[in-house]
Design a protein around this ligand. Sequence first.
Ligand code: PBG
Length: 323
Amino acid sequence: MLQRPRRNRKSEVIRQMVQETHLSAANFIFPLFIVDGNNIKTEVLSMPGIYRYSVDNLLREIESCMNLGLKAFDLFPNIDEQLKDKFATESHRENSLYLRAISEVKRHFPEACVVTDVAMDPYSSDGHDGLVENGEILNDATLEILGKMALAHARAGADIIAPSDMMDGRVGYIREVLDDNGFSEVSIMSYSAKYASAFYGPFRDALGSAPKFGDKKTYQMNPANQREALIEARLDESEGADFLMVKPALAYLDVIKLIKDDTELPVAAYNVSGEYAMIKAAVKNGWLNEQRAITEVLMSIRRAGATSILTYHAKEVLENKWL
Ligand code: PBG
């Protein structure tokens, strides 16, 4: 035998020497849930180890992450039902919870990278990512609201705006609004291929943002489709996106790879709430080794081609020195 691949696996030093994919704190973006009030830290039932924080505790949490080298955060608000309306007005109201959170984080931690989520669903009384009229999700009317939201985030100090709604033309629209208002340095990380997935369930529990009727299939993608992801990714690139994201990650590793091979832009992947909950549930039952399962999953997302991983595991991986 001329080739004996096992030779390159014979010791730890050689295994590390030939390791093709690496994972580090720089690859992570940590999603954090925020809620109005003071001194609140409430665990999300379906996401053990993940909490909703009031802004004061959010700052403490971010400080402890920064000390671990985890410096990029994606914020998601849990909004009081009474503040929701059809137009998601709360999403761009001055001094709202979300805008305060962005500016407080940037004031205390100027070197932190704050990613903000642009979509109507946490603020919409319909629980949808777009403006609803007679049961239909309007595309172009939604863009105007997304533009206002993105601009408010930029004014509050957002480093990266992440539109997660899957309306057509939103990246170009938001890019223009930002540029016209002097925010040409604010980046856009587009949820390019976001699927209508079962794996968002725990997130919707965390935010109370489940749709009040119907589903999201007229805007989020059909899990059966791969080529359509390329249409979305190419459009976002041509409209000025700085990052292309695939979501969820695990059931869509092929899509991450496909988009990676088709673009020079960095590709991000969102290891979503249901993927997190699945592992935690199995670990709790003693069915999986936690460290090995989590690091294998994260490594596989990197191997598929993601540069950045949005993952609820980010902090525990660093805290426990699992890398
Ligand atoms: C919606 C949004 C969702 C997530 C992030 N932004 C879910 C949805 O489409 O309902 C899900 C994230 C996760 O499950 O971790 N704008």
